[in-house]
Structures are given as structure tokens and as C-alpha cells.
Design a protein around this ligand. Sequence first.
Ligand SMILES: C[S@@+](CC[C@H](N)C(=O)[O-])C[C@H]1O[C@@H](n2cnc3c(N)ncnc32)[C@H](O)[C@@H]1O
Length: 295
Amino acid sequence: MREGLAALLRLPRTLQPGATAALCAELEARRPAEDWNTAFGADSLFDAWTSCELTRGLYEANRSVLREHLAPRQAWRVLELGGGDGRLWQGWSIPGELEVVDPAQAVHDRLAGQLPRSLSLRSRVRRAEELDEFQADAVVCSLTLHHVAGRSFRERASHGLTGPGKQEVLERLRRGLVERDGLLVLNEANVFCELELAPGDPVLIDNLLDSYLRRCGRALLAELDAGGDPRLEAILHLWCLEQVGRGQLPLAERDVYELDVPRWERLLQRSGFRVESRVCTDRWGLFFQYVCRPA
Ligand SMILES: C[S@@+](CC[C@H](N)C(=O)[O-])C[C@H]1O[C@@H](n2cnc3c(N)ncnc32)[C@H](O)[C@@H]1O
């Protein structure tokens, strides 16, 4: 599969969509058992993902910003949307309270057994869109807001979807940060695949290819070639290659609704945030960290 993917990446861009579908079909019989984002046990693919070079810089950058912001504060409280495997908090030693909002019970079970003792954990099994009013010194929203389709309630409605979009979630986060002069730390990939790009639109497919194969795929291939975790191969299959196929699915099933950097920044501003810093946390130009305060 590594050779197949490397060969695909050498093709002209216009030939890559067909080659991706052909490679997925060829690999179908050898499909790994674990679905992405569904298991957080000791052998989870997610563990391999959060310890690879591509993502390590993201957690280091977040830890550094949070340490500087929280260390001088007494009895601080952080809200995290989308907990994953808790990698961000590995080795964290400054005592405080962490509330995690995530719809997956497995995430909360994993965090309860794994977080350092310095953190007292409150778990909320719910989606970011269902957030109650809160007050916090910081909100971390890392690789999670892209699961909320649409930049706003209005954009969702124009595609037949109900409920809040990204802006309404961000506005609620802003309200929860004002009182304590809090920070929002947002991490997202730089790729545009929002609702306005219809299923099968060649621009959407090329954007997905650019993000999942030309940047993420190349990064993981390079890491594997350098002797990296062999589970990255399953991630390349399930996450990188198969994710491109999601561009053909009906809008509500796409699962990932990302924005590029200028669009994330516009959305943050419209939602009442001032972006204090924006950095890319990897050498592939994929993931960006936005550190924001209520304007
Ligand atoms: C790609 S993982 C990122 C995890 C972690 N924040 C990180 O950076 O490693 C996405 C996480 O968001 C959670 N998630 C998915 N949809 C969500 C939603 N609508 N609201 C809150 N969390 C969600 C998933 O269960 C998963 O834990």
C-alpha cells in the first residue's frame, strides 16, 4: 500500500482522484478492523496518530500557550471540546480543573483512567453544539470544530440542516471566556471543504486530496520510511485514502467541514474573537494553531 500511495502521489493532480478510488478498491480486502476515532484503548490507532511527528508539534504548542496562561492563575478551569486520547495533558503538572465535552463515552472512559493527578476531571457526554453556559480561563478546541457542519445556523439551514453551526458554538465559547479574561486555543487543518462545496465537486475532491494525501499522506509516508510506528499504515488507509471518498457522500455524512486559514480567521472575527497569534505547528503546512481572546 505504501508503494501504491507513493506512486499515486507522483501522478498529475487530475489523475489522482481516479487513482485514489482504484487503490481503495484494491486494498478493501485488507481493510484494518478499527474505524477512525472510535476506539481509544491501549492499541488504538489514535495513540499512533497523536504521537506521530505531524501532530506532536500541535500538542507541544498548545501545552506551551496554556502553561504560560494558566500557571500564574489560582484555581483555574479549562474547557476542552473533543477530548481524543488526552495526549495534550500528558505530563501536565499544574493543578487545576478540566471539563471535557465530547459525545463519545469511550473518550471519557479513557480520560478518567489516564489524566495526570494534577487535573480534576469533569466529563460531559455531549456535543459542542449542546454546550451549557460556563465560565473558564481557557477553552481548547483542537481538531474538533470541523465536525460541526456549516459556518453558521443560516448556512446550515440553506442546506436543509437544523441546529447551530460553528459561529454559534464560537459565540457561546466567547461568552464563557469574557469574565475570566480567558483564551481560546483552536487547532484546525488548513483546507476548505465546507457545505458550499457540493458532493463530488472537483474542487472539493482536490482540496481533500491536498490535505489528506499530498500533505498528511506524505508526512505519514515519510515517517513510516524513517522507521515510524507501523500503525501509521492503517491510518494512511482508513483516514487518508478513504477520507477522500467522503467527498462523494451526501452533505450530512461528510463528517469533516474544514476551512482554510483566511476563512477560519474571518469566522473567528465574526464570532467576536481577536486572533492574537496564528502558527503552523508542523512542517507540512497542515495544522494551524489560533490563539484568540474575546474582542
Ligand atoms: C480528531 S479528534 C481530536 C481530539 C483531541 N482534541 C486532539 O486534538 O487530539 C476529534 C474529537 O472530537 C470529538 N467530537 C466529534 N464530534 C464532536 C462534537 N460535535 N462536539 C464535541 N466533540 C466532538 C471526537 O469524539 C474526538 O474525541
